[in-house]
Ligand binder design. Structure first.
Ligand code: FMN
Length: 191
């Protein structure tokens, strides 16, 4: 079976985003072998002066080289991340910084960069506290993911979201999550 990489940035126990992601992954497990990278453990930090200099000396943490290869070789990528500060948790940006590696996720063709990643599609799963829709100017996660996907040569980013969850009763939250799952079930099967 082809490989699907799941990137998990869901920080909370009982994460609503993770609930949506589990529904998606259960369906996709029929067609893909799923590998997971867990960003919740505090071991993914942004590049700093020292690690950037090490990178220029081609001295890169083996863990990130392996993650970059997983990202580059996966047939499909699913990212689950709650909506934080109008975007996604900073650890996800730190992860991208660490795995965006020359000759693994992109190459330099003298006058331009070219993506090297195999995946045609990324599925980004999120839940938002406020009533903010995908595509709103206030939603700054999907635009960044599209730009990063472009750098990697990945053509499409799809977003599945449930919104306004912090202003609904627990019952209504569950109903909303169920609705989102139902609405996207066919799409997920064909992803
Ligand atoms: C640190 C933090 C920052 C947040 N920032 C926003 C925000 O900017 N806009 C918003 O609509 N909701 C925001 N929320 C609410 C979450 O998006 C919302 O509760 C979401 O469902 C949490 O997902 P989870 O259950 O997977 O953790 C924030 C929550 C946290 C914990």
């Amino acid at each position: 079976m082809e490989k699907l990489l799941f990137i998990d940035a869901c920080m909370r126990d009982n994460s609503r985003t993770k609930k949506l992601a589990n529904f998606v992954l259960e369906k996709l497990a029929k067609n893909y072998t799923i590998q997971t990278i867990d960003l919740t453990q505090g071991d993914i930090l942004p590049l700093n002066k020292e690690t950037l200099e090490q990178r220029f000396d081609n001295n890169i943490d083996e863990k990130f080289v392996n993650y970059a290869k997983m990202f580059s070789h996966a047939e499909r990528i699913v990212i689950a991340a709650p909506f934080w500060d109008m975007s996604f948790p900073a650890v996800l940006k730190a992860f991208f910084e660490q795995i965006s590696l020359l000759n693994i996720t992109f190459k330099d063709c003298e006058k331009k960069c070219e993506g090297l990643c195999r995946a045609q599609k990324i599925l980004y799963i999120t839940t938002r506290g406020m009533k903010i829709r995908t595509g709103s100017k206030l939603e700054q996660a999907t635009p960044y993911l599209k730009a990063f996907a472009h750098l990697c040569g990945i053509k499409k980013v799809y977003t599945i979201s449930a919104n306004n969850l912090d202003y609904l009763s627990p019952n209504d939250v569950n109903e909303k999550l169920k609705k989102v799952m139902k609405r996207n079930a066919k799409f997920i099967e064909n992803f």
